[in-house]
Design a binder for this molecule. Structure first.
Ligand code: FES
Ligand code: FES
Length: 80
């Protein structure tokens, strides 16, 4: 079990989310369908983070997995 997530990429994933829809953001970095969970976190100690869209709009999901505002990008990737 590792304590640090894998950096999927050092930039966010822009996604057009749909109002009322729920998304599960990959926190571990291992998913093959970033930025969302595909179940690959099994055994890592990480769990996906649930995100329900309040509006239909473009949001930026964190790709580096080190954001302090998960599941969204907060610019932390710039320092990695
Ligand atoms: Fe990364 Fe599920 S695959 S949290
Ligand atoms: Fe992770 Fe921006 S991609 S903080």
């Amino acid at each position: 079990m590792s304590n640090a997530p894998i950096i999927a990429r050092k930039s966010p994933f822009p996604v057009e989310v749909v109002q009322g829809k729920t998304y599960f953001w990959c926190a571990c970095g291992k998913s093959g369908r970033q930025p969302f969970c595909d179940g690959s976190h099994k055994g890592t100690g990480f769990e996906p983070v649930k995100y329900t869209a309040e509006d239909s709009k473009k949001v930026f999901f964190c790709g580096c997995k080190h954001s302090s505002k998960p599941p969204l990008c907060d610019g932390t990737h710039n320092g990695l």
